[in-house]
Design a protein around this ligand. Structure first.
Ligand SMILES: [Zn+2]
Length: 171
């Protein structure tokens, strides 16, 4: 286990509440956190939750998207995204499905979770959902280059360890 220290907070400089420069210091529990000397606001840095979707068509092919944006732009992955504050994990999964692939679905079950590194947010807690497709028309959305069903026999390299794990658990 790594202790929190100054290097846990690169580019954390100013208070989100009042704009004052933050000081990185021990809090009441002796944990190193950025704190605001002017208003007392404390920055708690947490893993970022994300969702990923495993879905198949009637032929047993799996739904993949070619990523348009970083991280891993141009590589194949499951439909996925960071969680929004206004959506539950299931709602988030269904919204990402629709945004990236044009398809509608309903949640079948939670596959599990994967905790890992991210080049953007340090640590990601990824939650996998098995989704049953219920409608819509397959079409790549604004944040996907392609959206296709792929045979498991010709699965391309998948960009993220979390996605590889969810696929493995569902096949
Ligand atoms: Zn402040």
């Amino acid at each position: 286990m790594m202790k929190l220290n100054k290097s846990s907070y690169p580019n954390v400089n100013f208070c989100l509440r009042c704009g004052h420069a933050l000081q990185i210091d021990s809090d009441r529990e002796g944990k190193i956190r950025p704190q605001c000397p002017a208003c007392g606001w404390v920055y708690y840095k947490n893993p970022v939750p994300a969702v990923a979707i495993v879905a198949f068509n009637d032929a047993g092919e799996i739904l993949l998207v070619k990523r348009k944006f970083e991280p891993q732009a141009g590589e194949w992955a499951l439909p996925s995204g960071y969680m929004e504050i206004n959506l539950s994990p299931e709602e988030n999964a269904l919204e990402e499905l629709q945004e990236e692939t044009g398809l509608l679905g309903k949640s079948s079950h939670c596959i599990g979770w994967h905790y890992g590194n991210s080049p953007i947010y340090d640590k990601i807690l990824n939650i996998g959902f098995r989704i049953e497709i219920t409608g819509g028309k397959l079409q790549a959305g604004d944040d996907a280059e392609e959206a296709v069903f792929v045979s498991l026999n010709t699965l391309p390299q998948i960009a993220f360890a979390s996605h590889r794990k969810f696929i493995e658990l569902e096949t």
